[in-house]
Design a protein around this ligand. Sequence first.
Ligand code: TXA
Ligand code: MG
Length: 347
Amino acid sequence: MNTNIWKVDKYVDNLENNPQVVDAANFLRENEVVALPTETVYGLGGNAESDEAVAKIFVAKGRPSDNPLIIHIADRKQLSRFVTEVPQTAAKLMDAFWPGPLTIIFKKKDGILSEKATAGLATVAVRMPDHPVALALLKTCGLPIAAPSANSSGKPSPTKAEHVLDDLNGKIAGVLDGGATGVGVESTVVDCTEGIPVILRPGGVTREQLEAVVGEVREDAALKDQSARPKAPGMKYRHYAPNAPLYMVSGTKKFLQSLVSEKQQEGLRVGVLTTEENHRFYKADVILSCGRRAELQTVAAALYDTLRSFNQDNVDIIFSEIFPNEGVGHAIMNRLQKAAGHKLISE
Ligand code: TXA
Ligand code: MG
């Protein structure tokens, strides 16, 4: 399949009539799948009401069919078509964070969305992305759009159109290239179907921000306890992995460097995932910085791109610094743990 590349400047006026956006919207109406930029990561969009379109998403990504998709909308009025009720907590969260990196789980109306999109669950995940190109595309096609991250299943999520093409070129109808995404980690997924909201996946909106709006917010037990079964089916899979095994290292820079030197003596090519502040300290074959520790949102923005870069550099093993597990650091550590398959070396 020929994959179209539609470059769009997200700052131009009247994006809804932009020929590139109109072209992409037409493919969506014909139940083809198209990658689109959002403020978090690129999504792979398809008509959420079409089994045919949704099946194409799963095939292109190689995604397990028991993992439901997030439905993207441009207008809150679209909710009533496929959601039975909007609880008060959800309404408050939408007021505060939509459009933005927050996905809310609602009870689902049957018979509207493709059952494949919701993996047969009685609930549905919905979000309104805060990206002018995504919103223009959603308005132009007029459909609810199912969109998982636009990577091959298991790979780091794409934060640039190049990443999408690395994984999906020839497998999808096209990609709207709106430049690099901003937030860099995916949306926070919060379940509002049972009273007190529960975070199923940490992401771009922090627990502290949610609590400031709705009071108490809980976290799915599986986020702390690896043996618990996560409520978001996707959270059980290993994700975001670079090709080489990745180890998180807890301890001093000196300790991390000693691990590097030991592996180099064994003849391995060793990578280090670090930050601007600490970069100078290390001697290794490949040393990549993923942002500034003092501003963790820069780490969130660059993390996936940095994980992907190690693949080009052909390292045999990667050691990574770890981050404070609070604020957006919570989402960063969640993704890093998955990328490392929870392998942690402590001093
Ligand atoms: O930022 C994002 O959320 C990006 C952009 C493209 O919008 N999308 C994204 O989608 O990260 P995906 O498919 O990679 O992750 C969706 C997550 C999975 O962990 C899935 O299991 C969970 O949301 N999910 C979807 N529907 C659910 C439901 N009804 N109940 C519980 N979890 C659900
Ligand atoms: Mg994903």
